[in-house]
Write a protein that binds this ligand. Sequence first.
Ligand code: BJW
Ligand code: ZN
Length: 246
Amino acid sequence: MFNDRLLQTLRDAQHLVILTGAGVSAESGIPTFRDAMTGLWARYDPQQLASENGFRANPALVWGWYEWRRAKVMQSLPNPAHRAIAQFQPLVPKLTLITQNVDDLHERAGSQFVIHLHGSLHEAQCIACAKPFALNATPTVISESKRVEPPRCPACGDYIRPGVVWFGESLPLDGWHAAEAAAQNCDVLMSIGTSALVYPAASLPLVALTAGAKVIQLNPDKTNLDAKAHFNLHGKAGDLLPALLQ
Ligand code: BJW
Ligand code: ZN
């Protein structure tokens, strides 16, 4: 099913970087962002829902939408792609797992150290003073367009916001620096289930290529990375990754 050079590249890997995107959670029933029919951005305006201006303009709309997504993730289970990624860990001397996903499905599949470049649906903080806020364990929002007034910060009284990275915002700097260093120092990088359109995450495979690493891409569709990657595997992560482990 796979070509020998690809399998040898994986067997020889000393430091494997795995960069994941929404496609890895798609088979758990979590919608991606940019898939034409089913992606979140096909139905919602990213400026309205994933920017600080959007939140300031309509906090209850944005908070309700994120609570609906958090509930959806909590009702979902890791899929064979998450589980296969966790199973790579003992097979290579060093593995760095970097995700753009805001769910916790890698952790629930058994991956221990996960760099979350775009934050987490399961964290929240004050929009003004950044004090962390403990979310209730069981979100009750089941309708995607239900408006829910966000909680208020006990310290300063401003709104609590989702702990995710919106457009125009900085990535968590520790995570970003660790991700960049891993891309610079790895010998193999796998880019899985990402459209490779959102920066700076999309620059990580390019950093690895420039540093001389082999890049393997897994995605049912073509992306901008196809022309640059050493190997392009067109298929679903949940089919390809378990087969690669065989
Ligand atoms: C399957 C599958 C299956 C389906 N198996 N695959 C112009 C040019 C360049 C950059 C910019 C620009 N204008 C503005 C910018 C910057 C901007 C940016 O990149 N915009 C571009 C869209 C143009 N970036 C930022 O603003 C970032 N901040 C920043 O740059 O600050 C400076 C800084 C840098 C470093 C340190 C400090 C400061 C912030 C970006 C934040 C992105 N936020 C979101 C929302 C998070 C919250 C939430 O969840 O609501 O993050 S947007 C959304 O896109 C989300 C995702 O993590 C991100 C990436 O999406 P992903 O994962 O690739 O999903 P999709 O849907 O795009 O692709 C899924 C893929 O899966 C598809 O290809 C399918 O084919 C595939 N698939 N089923 C495998 N079964
Ligand atoms: Zn506050």
